[in-house]
Every structure is written in structure tokens, then in C-alpha cells.
Design a protein around this ligand. Structure first.
Ligand code: URA
Length: 278
């Protein structure tokens, strides 16, 4: 390698993790530094390079990745029960962190629950944590998060004060693959309860996966954005005005679409301004 990774084991490991190769194949650790070749295979019989180099750590590539544990009916039932039992955002966070029914948890470093002000008038729901979010335990802190912050700032919003941000799944899918329907299904009771507890004046669904899931429509983001919907669940006192926004990661890849996002941001600002303070 010519990029310095081969001389820097920590950077090499980080490179593997970012690529989704983040799990050893065996359950029990093997100390390969002390493991000797069997006596019947004298070291001299090994190729020279293999004899001098430590045996490689065997890592399982996460791409393609098994879809994680299937979210069976029990997993969804226990998610519904745990979510409904939470009466505050802090309780819900604790319930998410202790939930064992989502297969993604097995691959992630930690749950990524939310960031921002839970009293904020506007709540953003993105898709799934990536590598940076998995490391920091906060949503939208990587490159697309920086763009989201700039988009929010352009209409006077900031996570430190008047915006609240979460995702449709709470754990990073390995290798940044899309979450499966089962993984989304077992997180959804928590997401719905999250919206009820935050009770925002305006809900913004960031990206197609979030929009399709929470609007319950099979339509793509290009057609879902640019409209207002009413999001309603039994625990909400009233329907929440809801819209969809192109995902910042998509805008980074397709900057010509930013003009539509800009229109949507203006519409969000106007909607917020039109709602009388409670
Ligand atoms: N993309 C998302 O949808 N959510 C994050 O938290 C980060 C990137």
C-alpha cells in the first residue's frame, strides 16, 4: 500500500471498519502471536514471508452482509411494549439502548438515538447512522450531517437550539448498506413513540427511506418531497404537519437538486412561521 495504511495499524483497522469489515469471524479470540505451527510442519517448510509475518487476523467482510437477525413478531411486540412504556424521551432512549430485538445492534458500536433540543418546534428524521455517527453516538455528524447543519442554518435552525434530529433506525447497518424491512420494522415502534414524546410542531422526513416509512407510501422521495402531509398516531394530540426533504447525502452527489431542497427549506420556514406559538 502506498497510502501509509500499511505502516499505521490503527489507520488500517479504521479503514477496515469504515469499509464495514468490523467483526472477527470467531466468537472466541485466538492469540495468534503465541500459536505455534504443528511440529509436523517445520517452520522451514513455510514460505519465507509467511514464516516471518504474524498470521493475519481473519475478518469477515460485511458486504454482502447477512440481513441481521430477522425481526420476528416477538421482537416487534417487545419493541411496541418497551416504546409504549416510555413516558419521557430519556426513558425512550434507555429503552432503545437496552432493546435486543434488532439485528443491527450486533454490528454497531452503540445506539445513535438523537441530537438537538427535544423541545424544538421541528423534528428531523433521517435514515440510518453511518460510520461517524456510530463512532460518536450522534446522528448526522459526518459529511452529510455538515451539509444538513448548513441547510438548517439557512432557515434559522440549529440542533443546539431549535431543531431535533433522529433516524429511522438506531444502529449503523454494517458497510452502510440500507436497513432491511425487518430492521426498520423493529425500530419503528420506538420512532413513532419518539415523535409522540417530542410532539413537534413540524416533522421533516429526510430521505426516501424515512419518508416512505413514516408516510406509509411506496412512492420515491422525488414525488414525496414538495408536499405537506399530516402525520398522526394515537399518542399525538393532533396531526403533525409533515414534509419530506432530499437527503443531504443525495444532494452531495447531485448538487443540481439543491434548488429543490432550497424550496423545501423555505416551505419549512414558512410553515413554522405560520404556526402560532403554544
Ligand atoms: N445519514 C442519515 O440518514 N442519518 C445519519 O445519522 C447520518 C447520515
Amino acid at each position: 500500500m502506498t497510502d501509509g495504511l500499511s505502516e499505521n495499524p490503527a489507520a488500517l483497522l479504521r479503514w477496515y471498519i469504515d469499509a464495514g469489515v468490523d467483526e472477527c469471524i470467531g466468537d472466541a479470540p485466538v492469540d495468534r502471536l503465541t500459536k505455534r505451527a504443528p511440529a509436523s510442519q517445520p517452520a522451514a517448510a513455510q514460505p519465507a514471508a509467511a514464516a516471518s509475518a504474524p498470521a493475519p487476523i481473519v475478518l469477515r467482510s460485511a458486504a454482502p452482509v447477512p440481513a441481521g437477525l430477522p425481526a420476528d413478531a416477538d421482537a416487534i411486540t417487545s419493541a411496541v411494549q418497551a416504546a409504549q412504556a416510555a413516558t419521557t424521551v430519556a426513558e425512550l432512549r434507555a429503552a432503545v439502548e437496552s432493546y435486543e430485538g434488532c439485528g443491527l445492534k450486533k454490528f454497531a458500536s452503540r445506539a445513535v438515538f438523537a441530537d438537538g433540543n427535544p423541545q424544538a418546534p421541528v423534528m428531523f428524521v433521517g435514515e440510518a447512522p453511518g460510520a461517524d455517527e456510530d463512532r460518536q453516538g450522534l446522528p448526522f455528524v459526518g459529511v452529510s450531517g455538515k451539509l444538513l447543519d448548513r441547510m438548517l442554518a439557512s432557515i434559522g435552525l440549529a440542533r443546539e437550539t431549535n431543531a431535533y434530529i433522529t433516524n429511522i433506525v438506531f444502529w449503523r447497518p454494517p458497510g452502510n448498506r440500507a436497513p432491511t424491512d425487518e430492521e426498520i420494522a423493529c425500530c419503528l415502534p420506538f420512532v413513532r413513540r419518539h415523535i409522540e414524546l417530542v410532539d413537534p410542531q413540524v416533522l421533516v422526513l429526510v430521505g426516501g427511506m424515512s419518508a416512505k416509512t413514516l408516510l406509509g407510501k411506496p412512492t420515491g422521495i422525488t414525488r414525496l418531497r414538495g408536499h405537506w402531509y399530516e402525520y398522526e398516531t394515537p399518542g399525538l394530540s393532533r396531526p403533525v404537519p409533515t414534509t419530506a426533504l432530499f437527503h443531504p447525502a443525495y444532494l452531495l452527489r447531485s448538487p443540481d437538486q439543491k434548488r429543490f431542497a432550497w424550496r423545501d427549506l423555505i416551505a419549512i420556514k414558512q410553515k413554522l412561521a405560520s404556526i402560532p406559538p403554544v
